[in-house]
Design a protein around this ligand. Structure first.
Ligand SMILES: C[S@@+](CC[C@H](N)C(=O)[O-])C[C@H]1O[C@@H](n2cnc3c(N)ncnc32)[C@H](O)[C@@H]1O
Length: 269
């Protein structure tokens, strides 16, 4: 990943964490409302489990915890844990005999996540500073990897999948929500740094997502659409003040991307 791209991503999410800390809503566009990508991801039951600050800081595009089927005693790792919402939900499901790690590169997000953990009273969590391309955990030390709208932000997705494979124990699983593309995005979009940091420009083609996971050694790879973006959503999240696209291109891009749930397994020995 180029240092410039990583720095642009870090700056965007540092600002989102500061907004969530001071104003209670981490909308990337500063509009004060959740963008369509991050709106309405959690059930009422989940919402009541968590401090309101953790939910307001959520910037995901799915609910990987609801789909990961976490059992008591499991060790869970969230790649790009942000304000910590999925780590806290995972820790509750893993129970006191299990543990949930959150990994993030942005200090402001780590501070927010640790504050949210203290407010929630959940103890079996640990937030690690680092990059998802170089996970600071030993080989075969994790049962379940989750991630919510983060892998698209990496310019070295092969490395992310190789690292995920390394830290999973044999038989462990990956359960990820991410933005993917059903067709190639135009060069004007993929070259736009604002659209990259907004989780649009770095979206892998869905078939490439599956192939790269298989190339990394994963088996039983599946990918399913969990949210499509109609034209009115495109206007909201692509026609934001900092967005350079005109409305027609924005609508075309929105019809090319979707939020997906991706499952994969590391073969058992
Ligand atoms: C779109 S937010 C999603 C946060 C969280 N998963 C959620 O659902 O609210 C992306 C997060 O990933 C982190 N991030 C992005 N790229 C990263 C990388 N290469 N290594 C570690 N963290 C990264 C950012 O700091 C940010 O907190």
């Amino acid at each position: 990943m180029t240092d410039d791209m990583r720095e642009a991503v870090r700056q965007r999410y540092a600002a989102a964490a500061r907004t969530a800390s001071c104003c209670g809503d981490a909308s990337c566009c500063g509009s004060g409302n959740k963008e369509p990508i991050s709106a309405d991801l959690y059930s009422l039951e989940e919402i009541t489990e968590l401090p309101v600050e953790a939910l307001l800081a959520s910037l995901g595009c799915g609910n990987p915890v609801a789909l990961a089927e976490i059992s008591e005693g499991e060790v869970v790792l969230d790649l790009g844990s942000g304000g910590g919402v999925d780590v806290l939900l995972s820790a509750r499901r893993a129970g006191p005999s299990g543990k949930a790690y959150g990994l993030d590169m942005t200090d402001e997000m780590l501070d927010l996540a640790r504050l949210n953990a203290r407010k929630s009273g959940v103890r079996n969590v640990e937030f690690l500073k680092g990059h998802i391309e170089a996970i600071p955990l030993p080989d075969s030390s994790v049962d379940v990897i989750i991630s919510n709208c983060v892998i698209n932000l990496s310019a070295d997705k092969e490395r992310v999948f190789a690292e995920a494979f390394r830290v999973l124990r044999p038989g462990g699983r990956l359960a990820v929500a991410d933005i993917v593309a059903r067709r190639e995005l135009p060069g004007t979009v993929t070259a736009d740094m604002d659209l990259w940091t907004a989780c649009v420009a770095g979206a892998l083609l869905d078939r490439d997502y599956i192939r790269l996971l298989q190339d990394a050694g994963f088996c039983n790879v599946t990918l399913q659409s969990i949210r499509e973006y109609p034209p009115e959503d495109a206007r909201a999240f692509l026609a934001a003040p900092e967005c350079v696209l005109d409305e027609e291109v924005a609508v075309a891009v929105a019809s090319s991307i979707y939020s997906a749930f991706v499952r994969a397994e590391k073969p058992a020995l």
